[in-house]
Design a protein around this ligand. Structure first.
Ligand code: PLP
Length: 336
């Protein structure tokens, strides 16, 4: 049933409580699954999905990877670095155009030799399938065999990454003796949430996955997560009743838009760093962590004994937006 996998990530990742922050909030004990530590430069959630995606690419005899995302896409950076590690040519199709020197993820894309094509946002949004097709055909004309990876590697293959991570979480919960009711994660293209939703169910855990949307609304993500799960069920012929699974998405924390965070998120990023030494980013984990703290404060998550946050990485996105975060008035801003 489970497809082939390349063992690329440094797992199991640590599972740790944030006791200072939990005490200060007076709510549940907050635990963090440190998937920001799945590697150094290839850190984050994407490597878990790409273990399966790239195994599929190699099985199909591909020698090039073609994928897409934002200018500061963590997924594209992880694909670029893993492609280099596996000796595959990588072509990235990126949304937006860089100003000045490349920074953060884009700098790493260039560093490891990925071919980078950037497009104005409107053009990218209107023409993405066509752009991917153009690049695919060009790569083929050059004699390569490209494997196309969708945004965020969020498809039925990528789902496996967090199905497998859920088994790790089940071991973490048993080891520390907790039975959390909620696992919170940033949702950007839905694949991580899809994998956790079905994975925790497979492990027989009562925990529900709560995705904090960082771009599109809850209805869009509920549809996307279910679509990925149905495609997964069909392709791998599992007997799981996808319609019986609850897909929980909160879309109140998107703020000004994708990759744009408000001052409250910047303040939370500072707080997590100052009080726990935990580094979050303004695009994904900062928004999701902020959303979780707000839900604890408002009482929706407040009565739980334990709550789990899956830290999905993204540190290079912070590097690209340092000026905004540094300007935030946070609990320890005076130490700056
Ligand atoms: C750091 C980080 N966290 C969370 C996510 C969201 O994961 P997914 O795309 O599977 O929803 C992404 C990518 O989109 C990411 O780069």
């Amino acid at each position: 049933m489970e497809p082939s996998r390349l063992a690329l990530a440094r797992v199991p990742t640590p599972f740790e409580p944030l006791d200072r922050l939990s005490r200060a909030l007076g709510g549940p004990r907050i635990w963090v699954k440190r998937d920001d530590l799945t590697d150094c430069a290839i850190s984050g959630n994407k490597i878990r999905k790409l273990e399966y995606t790239l195994a599929q690419a190699l099985e199909e005899g591909s020698d090039a990877l073609l994928t897409c995302g934002g200018l500061q896409s963590n997924h594209c950076r992880a694909t670029a670095l893993l492609g280099a590690r596996l000796g595959l040519h990588v072509q990235l199709v990126l949304r937006g155009q860089p100003e000045g020197e490349p920074q953060g993820n884009l700098l790493l894309d260039h560093l490891c030799g990925a071919a980078v094509a950037t497009y104005p946002v409107r053009d990218y949004q209107a023409r993405l399938p066509e752009l991917l097709e153009l690049h695919r055909r060009r790569l083929e004309a050059e004699g390569r065999r490209p494997f196309v990876i969708p945004t965020g590697a969020s498809d039925e293959i990528g789902v496996w990454g967090y199905v497998r991570a859920s088994a790790e979480l089940a071991e973490d919960f048993a080891r520390v003796g907790i039975r959390p009711r909620r696992v919170v994660v940033a949702t950007g293209s839905g694949g991580t949430q899809a994998g956790l939703t079905v994975g925790l169910h497979i492990q027989g855990l009562d925990a529900e996955t709560w995705g904090i949307a960082v771009c599109d609304d809850a209805a869009w993500f509920e549809r996307k997560v279910r679509a990925d799960l149905h495609a997964w069920r069909q392709r791998y012929r599992t007997a799981i009743d996808i319609d019986s699974l609850r897909v929980r998405v909160l879309d109140a924390y998107i703020g000004p838009g994708y990759a744009k965070a408000g001052p409250e998120v910047h303040a939370t990023i500072r707080r997590a760093a100052c009080e726990e030494g935990l580094v979050l980013d303004p695009v994904y984990t900062g928004k999701a962590f902020h959303g979780m703290l707000e839900e604890i404060r408002s009482g929706r998550f407040g009565n739980d004994d334990d709550i789990v946050f899956v830290h999905t990485g993204g540190i290079f996105g912070l590097m690209a937006q340092w000026r905004e975060v540094a300007a935030a008035k946070g609990p320890c801003a005076s130490q700056a």
